[in-house]
Design a protein around this ligand. Structure first.
Ligand SMILES: Nc1ncnc2c1ncn2[C@@H]1O[C@H](COP(=O)(O)OP(=O)(O)OP(=O)(O)O)[C@@H](O)[C@H]1O
Length: 227
């Protein structure tokens, strides 16, 4: 299990995290939320060991981590099939079907729409069969239909295959509805809990410095500005 033990990290003498301790629950989806510039991507860089904490330790980092960003770059023209088979020989038909990629296999990725390209990149990281999948605002540039396809495919496959997910999302409604756990960063600290226990108007309004309203039914939560 990925474990942060009293981790502190500062950049240019600006403190980003002060003495945070947390354990990421294996085989579940955790969403990392918090205001712009608060340290979400920095936390990912600590996990992938691009940054080293000034104090404290991070242990239990799995060998097989995949990272998906908001936008991903190709360094040479490739078809969907060529990208997906870079790291393994066989195509995963379940992934292809869930992401609607089956008919696009021989298409150049450059010719696809932005939404289709992001589904291809999700396919690419899933073909790596990661133990831990980190996603940094993966739905930012997607329209509603693609957001739905992306997040549904991710959750269906996570439930079946039981890899661990840590995903940064700015859309709080999506973050709560597609996660088991929430990690909320604010003021150099992490607040952690089961997603349904973290549905707290006061906490969220204070964190995002905006009065927020939470509307819930049995299954879903909608988080919107109060005014
Ligand atoms: N290499 C760096 N050099 C200087 N400052 C940095 C560096 N990396 C991050 N920072 C600063 O650290 C803080 C946290 O940045 P980070 O990108 O982790 O925030 P974030 O929560 O992911 O933001 P956003 O939601 O806007 O993407 C910011 O103030 C940023 O300017």
């Amino acid at each position: 299990m990925l474990n942060f033990d009293h981790v502190s990290y500062a950049v240019n003498e600006k403190s980003i995290f002060t003495d945070i301790s947390a354990s990421l629950i294996d085989h579940e989806i955790t969403c990392l939320i918090g205001p712009n510039g608060i340290g979400k991507s920095t936390l990912f860089k600590l996990i992938i060991e691009s940054y080293q904490p000034q104090s404290g330790t991070i242990t239990g980092i799995p060998d097989n981590i995949a990272l998906l960003a908001q936008q991903n770059e190709l360094f040479e023209p490739l078809t969907v099939r060529e990208l997906l088979t870079i790291q393994r020989d066989t195509l995963d038909t379940e992934v292809l079907e869930l992401l609607h990629l089956t008919d696009l296999l021989d298409t150049q990725i450059d010719y696809l729409s932005g939404g289709q390209r992001q589904l291809v990149w999700l396919g690419y990281v899933l073909h790596q069969e990661p133990d831990l999948l980190l996603l940094d605002e993966p739905t930012t540039y997607l329209d509603l239909r693609y957001q739905q396809t992306f997040l549904n495919a991710l959750t269906v496959l996570q439930r079946k295959r039981q890899f661990t997910v840590l995903m940064i999302l700015h859309d709080l409604t999506q973050a709560y509805n597609y996660s088991d756990n929430i990690w909320l960063i604010n003021q150099q600290q992490l607040t952690i809990g089961k997603s349904h226990d973290m549905l707290d108007e006061t906490l969220l309004s204070k964190t995002f410095q905006l009065p927020l309203k939470i509307i819930t039914d049995d299954e879903h939560a909608l988080i919107i500005p109060k005014n």
